[in-house]
Design a protein around this ligand. Sequence first.
Ligand code: GLV
Length: 379
Amino acid sequence: MKTMTCIEDLRQTARRRVPRSFFEYAESGSYAEQTLQANRADLEAIKLRQRILVDVSARSLQTKILGEPVSLPLALAPIGMCGMQHGDGEILACRAAHAAGIPFTLSTMSICAIEDVAGAVDKPFWFQLYVMKDRGFVRSLIERAAAAKCSALVLTVDLQILGQRHRDIKNGLSVPPELRIGNILDIATKPAWALSIARGKRKTFGNLAGYVAGKKDVKYLARWTAEQFDPTMNWKDVEWIASLWPGKLILKGILDVEDARIAAKTGAAALVVSNHGGRQLDGAPSSISVLPRIADAVGSSIEVLFDGGIRSGQDIMRAVALGARACLSGRAFVYGLGAGGQAGVARAIEIMRNELSVTMALTGVTSIDKIDRNVIAAS
Ligand code: GLV
């Protein structure tokens, strides 16, 4: 892992080790992928201000998210099907996050169930919730997350309907993978992956086990979403969920100032400025381009988290400078998971931590609370 010096190295390795349908699931954006590309392009366009001759010998990356101490301003984002990037992927990623001192978020559409992860780690994790038409099932997921002592509920608010990802359709994405000739040939060249999956606890969506009897299409995320997710979901449902959830609530998927203002009045502890990694509304602005306006609009009334294109410590610096308390990493840690399981996720976090530390030194800041718009170079 030491020769993996940047997230792109992990990505290239994951591409070789993980079957195409799962690698491309993580990689894809919706439709023409304009928003996906804008997330990266707009981050890269933000230039940092080089400052010199400041004593930067003692630097601290520690901060707090939702009042809890973290070793750097980063959390692992909810990603569906991590357990198909590597067997037991959710457990491994959670262990790596906890060992690094940052939160892990388990997706509703995970392979390992809430209880599997809770039984395999010794600290609380966050749980991400999708709202399905069957409200009894939604309630049971919330109760299961509470019983597992999850420390925050991350409600995704930008996916009542799935933005189409062309590659998932072309690849016939399903769990377990469909045994079509193309998939069989692909999997035959990925023996380490196949072994890890064979050894993993589960081969399908763990949180849905027991719920799926009589439901078709559970193998196919896109069809399942179209059939089961609730397009009527609205702000009243946020109130309902908040009334059921005893802990901290995070609203993930806010890209508009008006929506951010409403979110700040719901009592939620945090919002995540996000366009779902460019996987939902194609043509939406990049997350980083809207972050400053949202941060200004909500002030300190709600904590502002950020995702969308984070691939380095420099990117974390950019987002924190523009108003984020912390970032969520999705693809960056998934590449680590595909490349090397728990050690790969640990490496992804370490890479971004080291980059942030050096970037702080070279911009002349010694603590996270000193990162503000002054670190951005005038354009
Ligand atoms: C689900 O959250 C997805 O983006 O695939």
